[in-house]
Design a protein around this ligand. Structure first.
Ligand code: DLZ
Length: 154
């Protein structure tokens, strides 16, 4: 019979970090609330959650890397909202940020999850920050919980 490894969705005494961008705070504050609520509902005491605010999504990888380097944290949940505006700013941020966050996880052998919205407009962001398309902060938190538990078994 095959051996199946899968993570449960419970945390207890781990410490986790959330990095959240202030840019588009209307959206990111909702992502943050969704993530914190999810961690608590899955067993993590609120005092085990460290929230680090950074100016914008461009700054997320550096904070995430600094946190991931610390043994204290079992994982890092990254939250932000890059919304296409009148400039091409999003083109320069989205892809490198996603790759950087993936690289940080690989470098430190630690889950780093991607709760950064990359939307065409504000309505799409609202839909994904607790609106009709769910809350991507919750999803990023759940993914972190699952990966912490999977990695704990490997
Ligand atoms: C400058 C900028 C712009 C135009 N748009 C966004 C955005 O949609 N989402 C976001 O998180 N941050 C944005 N920023 C800020 C940059 O991420 C960064 O904080 C600044 O360029 C300073 O380095």
């Amino acid at each position: 019979m095959s051996q199946v490894i899968e993570g449960n969705l419970l945390l207890s005494d781990q410490q986790i970090a959330i990095v959240v961008a202030r840019w588009n705070d209307l959206i990111t504050s909702r992502l943050l609330a969704g993530a914190i609520d999810t961690f608590k509902r899955h067993g993590l005491p609120e005092e085990n959650i460290t929230v680090v605010h950074v100016p914008g999504s461009f700054e997320i990888p550096l904070a995430a890397k600094t946190l991931a380097a610390q043994d204290k944290y079992a994982g890092v949940c990254c939250l932000g909202a890059v919304i296409q505006g009148e400039t091409s700013h999003h083109e320069y941020i989205n892809q490198p940020m996603a790759s950087s966050l993936m690289q940080i996880g690989l470098q430190f052998n630690k889950p780093v999850t991607f709760g950064v919205l990359t939307c065409g407009n504000m309505d799409q962001a609202i839909d994904r920050a607790g609106g009709k398309a769910g809350n991507k902060g919750q999803e990023a938190a759940l993914a972190l919980i699952e990966m912490i538990n999977v990695l704990g078994q490997l």
